[in-house]
Design a protein around this ligand. Structure first.
Ligand code: GLN
Length: 484
């Protein structure tokens, strides 16, 4: 049977060609058969999936029509799901059963989607390779000795191998776009504030944003429609007029001005990635877009600024895991201090501890001005660069990642090397802008992504450009042969 997109499955559901239950069974069977090779799921929820699928089938039988109704999805294990284990990839939350459901997931559930399970991720979303997960690394379905990217590597690998037609991710510095690129799928990081962060376990609150991951831009638009919207339980979520992200997908892109930041095509970019991105840009030019060289002069400061701001916020957010209220608690503590320190020492992995230490340091009285305050100023400069760029162009394009997926273990000993994986994605989070990654080519059986960055709340345009690109290319339809 052809493994359809969400849009394709939806048509077949309404043609009564398949039921939601059969669809859930099909994907659960694929997870059963293939996930031992990938480790893309931390928890699979077959009973809940079948229950939700049956409910969807009843709604469909009554004549209800809705774009997500009856369609299976996987949820990144950073989203709280009531009654279902929610680990955030950490030993700290290994046994944590969430008492409520994240708004983004709740909205997808109400739209009728069927959760298959919770996907693997870097611990507390800190990483670019999925190797920091307490539940073990995820493998890239295109080449099993390579990483799938991170932190939403489980979601990306699951969608690439078609163990789920779509999934959610979160992106603090690139964690939707980079794994989407590494696995050959489409992933959208929305404007900060578009998607409620309520129930999405916090890493760096001023940067974190949830978003969709699927094979096509059209499917991402369908998911985004369900996920967005103001939420009284997240004061940073933004009230916007209701938008249908699928409505403008077919519009032409003639005359669209695409900015190519000089800084995204310089040193450090793998020539084979560059070649792929260049040919992808040529496709857009063929469609009538105009390519304009631009500059984002403060780009080189984005990784350093991020690695002050993100650890600062994470050190504060992760202070809640103290062994008292929830999460891992050490055995027979001697006293309160022992309870705190041992629970945290045992519950957190090395990368999380590194970040907490850096964050605590940059926020400490003596260093706050020198590091944290300075980083916040740099953040403003980076946002200003984009503001100036968007005065000249409609969207910005470039590579998502400077290289193709690397081998497992290749960067584990060198955190700074790992941090540079996000060199083209991080500035977007610092500025709060939307960005996406589309599959743009394959180099030696490894996928390469092209990134598109938009102005605030311009997701519809980004999706339109990506969809137009996908009319002329078939990279997004390719799947790794081993999972056919
Ligand atoms: N790789 C970056 C980090 O380790 C970004 C992670 C993310 O976007 N969650 O912080």
């Amino acid at each position: 049977m052809t493994l359809e997109t969400l849009a394709g499955w939806s048509r077949r559901l309404y043609a009564r060609d398949i039921s939601s239950r059969e669809l859930a069974e099909l994907y659960l069977a694929r997870i059963d058969r293939f996930d031992a090779q990938l480790n893309s799921f931390i928890t699979v929820t077959p009973e809940l999936a079948l229950e939700a699928a049956d409910a969807a089938d009843r709604r469909i039988a009554k004549g209800e029509r809705a774009p997500l109704l009856g369609l299976p999805v996987a949820q990144k294990d950073i989203f709280c799901t009531e009654g279902v284990r929610t680990t955030c990839g950490s030993r700290m939350l290994e046994g944590f059963i969430a008492p409520y459901t994240a708004t983004a997931v709740e909205r997808m559930n109400l739209a009728g989607s069927v959760m298959l399970g919770k996907t693997n991720m870097d611990e507390f979303a800190m990483g670019s390779s999925n190797e920091t997960s307490h539940f073990g690394a995820v493998r890239n379905p295109w080449k099993p000795d390579c990483v799938p990217g991170g932190s939403s590597g489980g979601s990306a690998a699951a969608v690439a191998a078609r163990l789920a037609p779509a999934a959610t991710g979160t992106d603090t510095g690139g964690s939707i776009r980079q794994p989407a690129a590494f696995c050959g799928i489409t992933g959208v990081k929305p404007t900060y504030g578009r998607v409620s962060r309520y129930g999405m376990i916090a890493f760096a609150s001023s940067l974190d944003q949830g978003g969709p991951m699927a094979t096509s831009a059209e499917d991402c638009a369908i998911l985004l429609n369900a996920m967005v919207g103001a939420d009284s339980r997240d004061s940073t979520s933004v009230e916007r007029p209701r938008e249908d992200f699928t409505a403008g997908l077919s519009e032409g892109i003639r005359g669209l001005r695409i900015g190519l930041p000089r800084e995204f095509f310089g040193d450090g970019l793998d020539p084979s990635v560059r070649a792929v991105v260049d040919s992808a840009l040529a496709v857009l030019r063929e469609r009538g877009a105009e390519l304009v060289e631009i500059t984002l002069p403060n780009s080189s400061l984005s990784v350093p600024a991020y690695y002050v701001v993100a650890p600062a916020e994470c050190s504060s957010n992760l202070a809640r895991y103290d062994g008292v209220r929830f999460g891992h608690r050490c055995e027979s503590p001697r006293d309160l201090m022992d309870l705190y320190t041992r629970s945290r020492a045992e519950g957190f992995g090395a990368e999380v501890k590194r970040r907490i230490m850096i964050g605590t340091y940059v926020l400490s009285a003596g260093y706050y001005d020198a590091y944290y305050l300075k980083a916040q100023k740099v953040r403003r400069l980076i946002a200003n660069d984009f503001r100036q760029a968007f005065a000249q162009v409609d969207v910005i394009a470039g590579p998502t990642s400077p290289e193709v997926p690397f081998r497992l273990g290749a960067k584990s000993a060198d955190p700074v090397k790992m941090y540079l994986s996000d060199i083209y994605t991080i500035a977007v989070n610092l500025a709060g802008l939307p960005g996406l990654s589309v599959p743009a080519g394959i180099v030696g059986n490894l996928p390469v992504g092209m990134q598109l960055i938009g102005n605030y709340f311009d997701e519809a345009r980004l999706l339109n450009v990506a969809h137009q690109f996908q009319q002329d290319t078939d990279w997004h339809t390719r799947m790794p042969a081993a999972f056919a």
